[in-house]
Design a protein around this ligand. Sequence first.
Ligand SMILES: Nc1ncnc2c1ncn2[C@@H]1O[C@H](COP(=O)(O)OP(=O)(O)OP(=O)(O)O)[C@@H](O)[C@H]1O
Length: 618
Amino acid sequence: DLKSDKEALLDFIAAVPHSRKLNWTSASSVCRSWVGITCSENESGGVLSLRLPGMGLSGPIPANTLGMMKALTIISLRSNGLTGSLPADIVSLPSLRYIYLQKNNFSGDIPSSLSVKLEIIDLSFNSFTGSIPSAVQNLTDLTGLSLQNNFLTGSIPVLKPPKLEHLNLSNNQLNGSVPISLQKFPASSFQGNTWLCGAPLNQCLYLTPSPSPSPSFLQPIPPPTYFPISPTASVPFPKSKRSLSTGSVIAIAVAASAGSLLLFLTIVLYCLKKPNVREGRIISKGKAFIIGRGVKPNTDSGSGVQEAERNKLVFFDDCPHNFNLEDLLRASAEVLGKGSYGTTYKAILEDGTIVVVKRLKDVAIGKKEFEQQMGTIGSIRQHQNVVSLRAYYYSKDEKLLVYDYIPIASLSTLLHGNQDSGITLDWVSRVKVSLGSAKGFAHIHSAAAGKLVHGNIKSSNILLTHDLDGCISDFGLSPLHGSAIIPLKSAGYRAPEVIVTKEATQKSDVYSFGVLLLEILTGKAPVQYPGHDDVVDLPCWVQSIVREEWTAEVFDAELIKYHDIEEEMVKMLEIAMTCVATLPEMRPNMQEVAELIEKIRTQDTTSRHSSEDNKSTP
Ligand SMILES: Nc1ncnc2c1ncn2[C@@H]1O[C@H](COP(=O)(O)OP(=O)(O)OP(=O)(O)O)[C@@H](O)[C@H]1O
């Protein structure tokens, strides 16, 4: 009943330090004035939900506190600093249906007895060890199970929850094969478990490790995913882990039979054949005349002036810059990153001009078509939300694009990177970036008689200007590869129909933009970033959460701390969900999306939510 619930909550909060004020006093009404509590309609029925996400809770939860609240159906303590083991009495509470404890630092085993009513379990991003409790098999109402990014070992129990829609067991140390009943889930649900195999992952060809592997090969090896390189962030690319694990792997293989050894080495070799990220990092640290290599105009090849003329930088009419290819070759350059279309450099010319140079790889079309596409990109370049392409260079061996340098960072770096820029992406800035980008995309879609698509919308292609406006880059590059296919590493943004048609359209751009909005709202990344292993099918994840839970469970913990923005966030979420409609014809067009976003900010709360204010918000 309510009285014993109140005692349990007071015991809990007395034992758990918290940095934000909760207003839980014994004199006040639990149901009416305590932060984070909702009660049953007739209050005497007790407390139904406890939601304290991002409240700065720290330390362990004592047993016999929350575990005494018999009517509790929802517990959300995500994004806090809770540690220690998870008391068994909490997860076995008879009425418990939703438990959200992600992004804490709980350790030890997941308790083995679970409330049979559980529908959603999210224990991701903790330090749980041991195996997945077999009691999960009995949860017939389970719709979502998120255990990613822990240190769980052992095999996956044969789960057959009839209603399970969302499953994420990635980035653990699970082994064995994926149970047949779970093979319908995507590879992202399982990746990052070195010893896991079978559909949707690779076939189970290799030797299964002994049941109690030595700690050295418990180190998780990251899945073969491309890691974009950020210029300043120290990329925690696990090179050392990889070589350590490779050593261990080989040690195991030596002990194995000759036949297994052969298979094993084949797999090791396969795993090592990945993008050479390390090379990019080393180069990105040094400043060198990188761009000059192999790009010099071929003036001494016999064809003389004519050849030099052919190899010159082609500027667009209203370009404010005044430099030539020689100047560019003399510029000092540093790698900003390696993308799907080539390597991107920041080049500083001798007169101090800074530009961005993209050195294209795998251009599949001839010079004429290339020039045509440049003309198309150049023709729409004048918009404050689209990065200006200033010039290009085409020769047989080198294709370069020269853009304006956009100084701050990409949206993905600000949302997910270990950035030290001191920039807080508060709600006002997130709406501004969303609106600016929507306008930029609408502008691109309206150009060239409405025939253009971006084809690669994602947060690393939204660059932020000094006044934190969104500026779109990487427009119109996919046709240079002979197709309008969204690059594989952007798969999290790809509309479902594109997988079949292999053709990006304006409507698939809208879908990708919807995923981008979800990323802005949730702070979750739909693709993998260094130090941020949260790979989520965002539309599917949001759909798995009932609408009433959106406010409590969907939004980025960074946003929850701001007041009076809940309604706006929900509106933005609704826009995002319309954009990610499965049927393309159900999605709005980009102009409509921009108009909808423009209407979100109903009141002028700018001053209340300015970055400065927000920095001081507890
Ligand atoms: N004009 C620019 N000004 C400043 N930074 C830029 C500019 N263009 C690209 N960057 C940054 O350079 C890095 C590499 O960009 P690039 O476009 O090569 O790869 P990507 O966006 O990560 O992947 P993809 O090629 O698939 O879009 C990214 O961090 C991006 O934010």
